[in-house]
Design a protein around this ligand. Sequence first.
Ligand code: AMP
Ligand code: GLY
Length: 451
Amino acid sequence: MKVLLIAGTTAREHAIADALSRSRHKPEIIALCASPNPGIRAVAARQEVMNIMDFPRVLDIAKEVKPDFAIIGPDDPIGSGLADELEAIGVPCVAPKKSLARIESSKGFTRDLLAKFGIDASPKFRVFSRTGNSIGALAEEKKSLHAYLTELGGDFVVKYDALKGGKGVKLSGEHLATIEDGVDYAIECLNECGRTVIEEKLVGVEFSLLSFVSGTQVADMPAVQDHKRAHERDLGANTGGMGTYTDADHSLPFLAPADLEKAKEINRQVAAALMEECGEAYKGILYGGFIAVKDGIRVIEYNARFGDPEALNLLPLLRSDFVDICLAIIRGELRDDLVSFANKATVCKYVTAQSYPESKKEKGQPFTLPSPLPSDVRLFYGDATEGPDGTLLLGGSRAVGIVGIGDTIELAERAAQSVCEQIRGPVRYRRDIGTKKLIGQRIEMMKQLRS
Ligand code: AMP
Ligand code: GLY
């Protein structure tokens, strides 16, 4: 069996390659990578470092290799329709086609889909589109944006309506000080992509529920909590994710059982709605980003792929054969009993270059990892490369994901933390992810919201 893996520069695809390599099918992995990933190279039969957005080149390699299927890691190639092009030459994909991937690439599409299919899980929202280029049209746009932001009472979120590397969302009180700032950013979005989504700003605790999906067949993974802020105590800029944890019972300590059940139901409703709206089956990973609020849960966003670093927590826990799951997704034979995860907790801490995300000034500088790793820790390479003498070099972003696995979150955290402490070089990581103190704060916040 041959599997084509399309990889970015994150550790997510190393975790995917690792899960593929553990399969009883022993697939030959042909990895097309945006950067030379030492972890993928170790398990792949072939690694091509290339521009993964160069679709003609990807298709040439696919025609030459004739893989049994392809799995696409990052959002950009999925959002731009790589699955459509691969399927057109007979390569089935574990990744949705372009039209279905709008669930991630267009925030307006997602909000409208939920509304159209009666999935009552959105905050108050309105989608604004560019109406014209005249001065009069611009003045009208500003007026109606101002009126809606005022109607939301000053607590609002302005979203760019296309992929923007996780940087398209701005919140009042954080990035936007006044209603005028909100209007200005909304106009910037309209200028750049023609649409913007304005939403009520929700208060609560975020979590993610990823599901394997084949049309209306849905099998869930354990719930995960990500930490997007760069620094401890959730301070600093938003990043792609500094770390994540899961619990042994596959829920999260601050969630009520009904919250998780509702998230599962919403993922099922969304998969079914996508099938009806787009007229074809969603095949891949559906990532629901939720927020637990005072009276239940709401959808923050959807992604059309594995999360990074969420995949680092989830895939090592997978007890079933990952290739079997991929084949079931492709063939429309996905069943709950095909998907089983170990009842262990995980804590992932991403070790990044010291100045991430502000600058890439440590790019090219060496760092070292402890060896051997303890048996309860997994390591996945992200934005890191190997120099000619085998020295590990920082890429300037999230370098390696360290995943502790244990019977409790506390034990998993200690395992990850002790390895992070032994990494040498100009790097940093968040010590607080997965700690009792931080999780206690989330539990307390939910208690207060719901009391
Ligand atoms: P997104 O790119 O949609 O995940 O948004 C990035 C971050 O913005 C999310 O992880 C949330 O922290 C925040 N966010 C997005 N939408 C809302 C909302 N309606 N209310 C509160 N926070 C939000
Ligand atoms: N960790 C968030 C994401 O993958 O979008």
